[in-house]
Ligand binder design. Sequence first.
Ligand code: ADP
Length: 151
Amino acid sequence: MKKTALFPGSFDPFTKGHADVVRRGRKIFDEIIISIGYNQKKTRREFEVDFMIRKIEEAFADDSGIKVITYNELTAHLAQKYNANFLLRGLRNTTDFEYENSIAQINSHIFENLETVFLITSPEYAYISSSIVREIYKYGQNIEDFIPYKL
Ligand code: ADP
């Protein structure tokens, strides 16, 4: 059976840390669906969602096992819809762990066949976070060292 994982997040912006998790995840899963959670009415993004989709697709143009979508519903429901039995998440530190632990429990409660698989961040990317990249970008700093595509 084909193993499909969703990789959900805000990806505002998608960073080299995210790309590393996806590339490594592809050694485990046949297909990874990068799922950008987005509610047009509630969230103001720094990087437009359509722009981000294009850039992520560009970064993984060499791999047909990687797709990009947006969604505005419960992640567990989205997984059911796509017949994805796995959620892929990255773990950088204990703060990530505390948060991820709760959502993983809730998600498997909603959809019992859903397993969350965590990959420990590669040390060279562990310090990269979307919020910091976004912040320095707002102040005009070049962020190309942190993202896997050209702006
Ligand atoms: P969220 O809005 O859910 O925090 P993000 O877009 O920030 O989503 O991140 C999505 C996933 O990527 C999360 O599992 C997060 O822990 C992971 N992640 C974020 N930054 C990195 C990084 N530098 N290296 C590895 N994983 C990361």
